[in-house]
Write a protein that binds this ligand. Structure first.
Ligand SMILES: [Zn+2]
Length: 350
């Protein structure tokens, strides 16, 4: 913990920046290096761009193109039936991106049975993709193409024969509904899907500073943050200030009115700021700055041991709050940080 892990993280960030050709690659390198070097999790990673260069999933992609009509119909049916917040696709839209020379990813429209057209909105360059009968010539363009969220799910699952797919729990679950539907209709392999819904509760340096300031300003004890007394004590302090303003107004003392009004505004602003800090979803880098790799893994394991498990729309959903151990504020016990988050969320500033 401390300096040593921070140094290793900075080193990983710089090395990934130097190795990567673009931001997506940098992100991928950082993720993989964190798994290997900080968490000692042995996973093999690959880049989608390498896969396209090597034309690994050419056959699966061709089957999708040969069934484009069924693909797009099933796509739109899934959106309508599941009421998904995703735009419908046009009938002639190919579910792959084409990468323009300028680096922008552009959509491909089929203009006749086996010819695609891609027009770059950024540099205006146009590409005519002659796939030929039954998309025999797809390999000529494949290294410049990339799957979209839906075709990627299907092609990866079928091409690799995955038995378990770990999905994200937000937008990717919505796209998962669509890809599952199309996979069923096209006879593609469907893996068991698993998603983890969670929220991080910890006290980083920023949270710690915020709690420290709040305690000082409103004379709060550590217990106030853990029990229901936080909101009442702060409201009590605010109404005392309000009473000072009323008294000064009655006495016609403009200077005093100004002083206490300023105090009231400052207090309310400070509370809003603190509420925002605790409502923000933190960057994973902040967790790594405040906790060791071992402590993070330990918190994940504890959460998984007590998580709620549900099964919805073919997806096994695991839900659980993650409570991380805190090194700061030694007078606040760390077994349930979510209580502190909840009590701060409940403060009303009026
Ligand atoms: Zn372009």
């Amino acid at each position: 913990m401390g300096e040593k892990q921070s140094d290793r993280i900075l080193e990983i960030l710089w090395k990934s920046y130097e190795l990567a050709g673009n931001f997506a690659e940098m992100n991928a390198f950082i993720f993989a290096k964190f798994c290997h070097e900080i968490f000692d999790i042995r996973i093999r990673f690959f880049l989608y761009s390498d896969m396209h260069r090597e034309k690994v999933f050419l056959n699966e992609a061709r089957v999708i193109l040969q069934n484009l009509h069924l693909f797009n119909n099933s796509y739109n049916q899934a959106i309508e039936q599941k009421h998904l917040d995703i735009p419908l696709v046009k009938e002639d839209r190919i579910p792959f991106w084409f990468e323009c020379e300028c680096g922008v990813k552009i959509e491909i429209i089929l203009i006749d049975s086996f010819t695609g057209l891609a027009r770059c909105p950024s540099c205006n360059k146009e590409y005519l993709l002659e796939f030929l009968e039954n998309f025999e010539n797809l390999s000529t363009y494949f290294h410049n193409m990339d799957f979209n969220a839906v075709s990627r799910n299907m092609i990866m699952a079928d091409g690799l024969g995955d038995s378990l797919f770990l999905s994200g729990s937000g937008g990717s679950l919505q796209y998962g509904h669509i890809s599952d539907r199309i996979s069923e209709n096209l006879g593609f392999h469907l893996p068991v899907t698993f998603a983890w819904r969670s929220q991080d509760f910890y006290l980083g340096m920023v949270h710690n500073g915020a709690i420290h300031d709040l305690r000082k300003q409103f004379f709060l004890s550590p217990d106030d943050f853990l029990s229901g007394t936080l909101k009442g004590k702060i409201l009590g302090s605010l109404s005392k200030i309000q009473a000072k303003i009323t008294d000064a107004e009655v006495a016609g003392d403009k200077k005093e009115v100004k002083y206490w009004s300023g105090m009231l505004n400052n207090s309310k602003n400070q509370i809003s700021m603190i509420k925002n800090i605790f409502a923000t979803t933190p960057s994973f880098l902040d967790l790594l700055e405040n906790l060791s790799g071992e402590e993070i893994i330990h918190a994940w394991n504890l959460t998984l041991d007590h998580a709620e498990i549900g099964y919805m729309n073919r997806v096994c959903q695991v839900s659980g709050k993650i409570n991380y151990h805190t090194h700061l504020l030694s007078d606040l016990p760390s077994d349930d940080m979510s209580v502190i988050y909840e009590n701060i969320k409940n403060i009303e500033v009026g």
